[in-house]
Ligand binder design. Structure first.
Ligand SMILES: NC(=O)c1ccc[n+]([C@@H]2O[C@H](COP(=O)([O-])OP(=O)(O)OC[C@H]3O[C@@H](n4cnc5c(N)ncnc54)[C@H](OP(=O)(O)O)[C@@H]3O)[C@@H](O)[C@H]2O)c1
Length: 343
């Protein structure tokens, strides 16, 4: 009989936490091997037909775990890692708390799996949901022709802002007035709209989300001086982030060579730009694993310039799936069984 690891999910009742549980269920992890944690006592969640208690994470129950996935905000992740998280052999954190720490690998296995395997401590960081998808699409291009610059505009779904974001989106949807929902985390009404600010502005006018994409992409692709400029936009989509990318490669290449590299790249589902298949769209990727890449074309008059379009599920590849794959990359023998067959 299969020996399952004991798996903890902190924030198990949140939006990302729920997707962790559903992916682990698809992999076949039995309810007896799942430990769910939240910040309120006395709650339960449904898992594979069983009712699982949601407990507070303490030193005693952390000692039981083989791996812990953190689906909580940065301050809670910091608190957990200063306490019970230190007692778990492997922790993968979804928040931004540790992503840029020198001694913490920031992992997208399709781009830098070796960083997970070579980690020095017990912590791996999971990137921002937009960066994860972009890294999957750009890793094969980096390997084929190098990269000099990446300009992008992201079209990010409401679920990227967690439960509060989804609640605001649902409350506003179908109302014909122009008000924002009370408690909305967005910088303007999101239903029927696009909101060109995610997170807070810095003194130069860049948002926190844009700065994260800039720094995290360089770290994951292991290109510390890559020229990156991102505009991050929230759109009226439930789930599925999309990104328009304009890149410049280091070496000369062609659309045909890039297309061949993308078609055979792990984690990518390539859609031809000629319209013979549907272009990547959020509705096609919600609940699925791959990063859809399409609309690949050469930019006229720009030497080594190419444009492409990416859509991916921000809750799966952008969060829970990538975290589970990173644990598998860190310790395949123990954690590869947690990755289900691709959807
Ligand atoms: N949404 C995305 O697309 C996405 C993508 C990549 C990364 N992330 C990151 O993933 C994390 C979770 O995001 P989310 O969207 O799932 O947010 P969410 O829906 O607001 O869920 C957050 C969860 O954190 C729990 N929590 C709060 N304090 C806790 C504590 N001390 N111990 C254990 N659990 C605690 C809450 O528990 P209760 O249920 O008990 O209230 C809640 O379930 C964030 O860091 C976010 O930045 C999100």
């Amino acid at each position: 009989m299969k020996q399952w690891p004991i798996v903890g999910v902190a924030g198990a009742r949140g939006v990302v936490g729920g997707v962790f549980c559903s992916i682990l269920a698809d992999a076949g992890l039995p309810a007896e091997s799942l430990r769910a944690f939240g910040h309120l006592e006395g709650k339960t969640l449904e898992y594979r037909g069983a009712s699982v208690n949601v407990d507070l994470l303490t030193d005693a129950n952390a000692r039981e775990l083989d791996v812990l996935f953190l689906a909580v905000d940065g301050p809670q992740s910091r608190e957990i890692m200063a306490g019970p998280g230190a007692l778990v052999p492997l922790v993968v954190d979804n928040s931004s708390a540790f992503r840029l720490a020198d001694d913490v690998p920031l992992v997208v296995p399709e781009a830098n799996a070796h960083a997970a395997a070579g980690r020095r401590g017990n912590l791996i960081a999971n990137p921002n949901c937009t960066t994860a998808a972009v890294a999957v699409a750009l890793a094969p291009i980096r390997d084929l022709a190098g990269l000099v610059s990446v300009d992008m505009a992201s079209y990010q779904a409401a679920s990227g802002a967690g439960r509060k974001g989804l609640d605001a989106f649902e409350a506003e949807r179908g109302t014909d007035h122009r008000d924002r929902a009370a408690d909305s985390p967005f910088h303007g009404r999101i239903a029927d709209s696009v909101v060109p600010q995610i997170d807070v502005l810095d003194e130069a006018g860049w948002t926190g989300e844009e700065n994260k994409i800039h720094a995290e992409l360089r770290k994951i692709l292991e290109m510390p001086s890559l020229d990156v400029a991102a505009t991050a936009v929230r759109v009226a989509v439930h789930t599925g982030h999309s990104v328009a990318l304009h890149i410049r490669t280091e070496r000369s290449t062609t659309v045909e060579e890039l297309e061949a590299a993308l078609r055979s790249a792990p984690g990518v589902e390539y859609r031809p730009a000629d319209g013979s298949e549907r272009h990547p769209m959020p509705l096609d990727i919600e609940g699925r694993d791959p990063v859809l890449v399409g609309r690949l074309r050469a930019i006229p008059g720009r030497d080594r310039g190419f444009a492409l379009w990416v859509s991916s599920d921000n809750l799966r590849k952008g969060a829970a799936l990538n975290a589970i794959q990173s644990a598998a990359a860190a310790d395949p023998e123990r954690f590869a069984p947690l990755v289900p067959a691709p959807r």
